[in-house]
Write a protein that binds this ligand. Structure first.
Ligand code: ADP
Ligand code: MG
Ligand code: ZN
Length: 609
């Protein structure tokens, strides 16, 4: 668009220049214009020396050297004009009359050019415009072509397993794939069928994309990267033809890896009947299946796909001969977290006090991407303070930033609000401290961060994958602790607890409908959740239970919440002094670290499991 405008301005300028030249050219011989009457008078009085006839215009040259231009009617000759005006032929004889053929140049300049020039200019202008459009056009025409990015692995962006920290099992599995790509003959000779597809499963940011690139890097083969959503376009049929051209390209460069990121965008279970662009997705998926089936054993093309939604994938994708290898990549555990931090800390100068092991301990549940982000944020923080090294303080600050959001110290709150927030957070912290199965409180703060007015940070001592009912009830009590303390102290509640309540309700509901933790309803799940791509993301729940059961579920949810309320209230009432102490310090210092917190309340009661 910018280019178009520039072109336009150029042509406009050129046009102006030409116009200026023209007008100058025409004004050059400043000839005065005269009427026929005047001419007749001049001829009669013998002032005229000569007349040059050229087409319709007569150029009079007077005795005194002046020149005049007179226009006559087309087709009328000078002689008949003279006789019409009753001019004596004798008088006329003393005037030299030269009839000039209108020269080609004259006709051109006077009549053709004024019409031709704008047309030519317009033509040139259109030509350039079309050429600009043609660029876009040809893009539209090559729509069906795959736009897969090929990573040239000879360059220094080569990634190997060394760059992927942790994920030991996944690497083991993938080493096999590397072998296939490197020494296909070894396997062919034994009649082994080389796997065609490997599906990487794992939450967002667990390093699936990174892992796929590492496989290509290890094997030293080209790597075609394409995201599932790139197959789905506005035009119907584009997806399928893109798949075709991608596989075409890959077969030509074999051995190689095709990597389809976020395959759930196209590989969703077919035939659910709802959602826009559905047919298109089906066609694309079908084409992928057809292409994978069509691989010759000698093709040595391996398709690696990644998704974080294996549950929505079409079963046809998962049958043998397609994505028959599945590699799970989990969120890293403590050891892996430290390893990932080490990888990302390589180019960052850390201060002596910065202990990555400690960071790893504080970041349970973080994905690889989160950890990379923690180090990056810490580096940014350090740089903003013009420090040369990243200190432990920066790391802690950035963990909280990644976890909850940036601090918002500038948010103005009234003293009253501050007091309410202090009681609210103290309530959470107090209940957490005296609930035996809850992780120890790491930090309590009434500085706004992200959406939260304040926050209570609890850090797990170990990575856990299972949770019990009593643990969840304690969790509910902690969630409600803030709200209940407010109610207890001020006699009324504020809007500050909305998200706590929402989370508590969701947890209680999940306990009953998903984890089978209700005695009354027994060990079964309720509701068949299905995600549909319909007006964006929407979770649709198929109710597979009766109206009556729905009522019971509601009753059970309320029951759990009141159980938790009771538990929380008991703690709040039993430790009134401790609560006041926490609030006092919070109002004074705004944040309370673990050491100070434990000093105020004494050691956390031992855990029993
Ligand atoms: P996914 O594709 O699973 O969503 P990515 O592969 O894009 O995640 O990972 C995002 C970033 O997280 C990577 O670029 C890398 O910096 C970091 N990361 C994730 N896992 C690891 C790991 N195991 N080792 C090192 N870095 C990792
Ligand atoms: Mg990815
Ligand atoms: Zn709260």
């Amino acid at each position: 668009m910018k280019k178009l405008l520039r072109n336009f301005i150029w042509f406009f300028l050129i046009f102006l220049a030409i116009a200026a030249v023209f007008s100058a050219f025409q004004n050059k011989k400043s000839i005065e214009k005269a009427g026929l009457q005047a001419m007749v008078a001049e001829v009669k009085s013998g002032q005229v020396k000569s007349i040059d006839v050229s087409g319709d215009s007569l150029l009079l040259t007077l005795q005194d050297g002046r020149q005049q231009e007179v226009k006559k009617e087309t087709g009328e000759s000078l002689a008949s004009l003279m006789s019409d005006y009753k001019i004596d032929p004798v008088q006329m004889a003393s005037v030299a009359v030269n009839v000039k053929d209108q020269s080609g140049m004259d006709i051109f300049v006077s009549s053709v050019l004024p019409i031709l020039l704008p047309m030519v200019l317009l033509g040139i202008f259109l030509f350039f415009m079309m050429r600009g459009m043609a660029g876009a056009n040809s893009k539209a025409m090559s729509f069906g072509q795959s736009q897969a990015k090929e990573f040239n692995l000879e360059k220094k962006e080569k990634i190997t397993f060394k760059d992927v920290a942790g994920a030991k099992e996944a690497k083991e599995e993938l080493k096999e794939v590397v072998e296939f790509l490197k020494f296909p003959k070894k396997f062919h000779d034994l009649g082994a069928r080389i796997p065609r597809g490997v599906l990487l499963l794992g939450g967002p940011g667990t390093g699936k994309t990174l892992m796929a690139r590492a496989v290509a890097g290890e094997a030293g083969v080209p790597f075609f990267h394409m995201s599932g959503s790139e197959f789905v376009e506005m035009f119907v049929g584009v997806g399928a033809s893109r798949v075709r051209s991608l596989f075409e390209k890959a077969k030509k460069t074999s051995p190689c890896i095709i990597f389809i990121d976020e395959i759930d965008a196209v590989g969703r279970r077919r035939g659910t009947g709802l959602g826009g662009g559905h047919d298109e997705r089906e066609q694309t998926l079908n084409q992928i299946l057809v292409e994978m089936d069509g691989f010759e054993t000698t093709n040595n093309v391996i398709v690696i796909a990644a998704t974080n939604r294996p549950d929505v994938l079409d079963p046809a994708l998962l049958r043998p001969g397609r994505f028959d290898r599945r590699v799970m990549i989990d969120n890293p555990d403590l050891k892996d977290r430290e390893a990932i931090l080490l990888v990302h800390a390589q180019k960052k100068p850390l201060a002596k006090d910065a202990d990555l092991k400690f960071v790893a301990e504080r970041t349970a549940g973080f994905s690889g991407a989160d950890l990379a982000n923690v180090l990056n944020e810490a580096a940014i923080l350090a740089a903003r303070q013009n420090k040369k090294e990243i200190s432990m303080e920066d790391l802690f600050e950035s963990i909280e930033k990644v976890m909850i959001g940036p601090e918002r110290r500038s948010r103005v709150i009234t003293d009253k609000e501050k007091k309410i927030t202090a009681y609210h957070e103290a309530g959470h912290a107090l209940v957490a401290h005296f609930s035996t199965q809850i992780d120890p409180v790491q930090k309590v703060s009434i500085i706004a961060r992200g959406n939260a007015g304040g926050y209570t940070l609890k850090v797990p001592l170990e990575d856990r994958h299972m949770h019990s009912r009593s643990e969840f009830v304690e969790e509910l009590a902690v969630l409600l602790g803030g709200h209940l303390t407010e109610k207890d102290v001020f006699g009324e509640v504020t809007t500050g607890a909305t998200s706590d309540l929402r989370r508590a309700t969701a947890l209680a509901r999940a306990m009953i409908t998903e984890y089978g933790m209700s005695d009354k309803l027994g060990t079964r799940t309720f509701g068949d959740k299905e995600e549909m791509v319909f007006l964006g993301r929407e979770i649709h729940e198929n109710r597979d239970y009766s109206e009556k059961t729905a009522e019971t579920i509601d009753g059970e949810v309320s029951g759990l919440l009141s159980l938790a309320t009771e538990q929380a209230n008991k703690i709040i009432n039993a430790h009134r002094e401790a609560l006041e102490k926490i609030v006092e310090v919070l109002l004074e210092k705004e944040t309370l670290e673990k050491v100070e917190f434990d000093a105020l309340l004494g050691a956390k009661p031992p855990k029993f499991d």
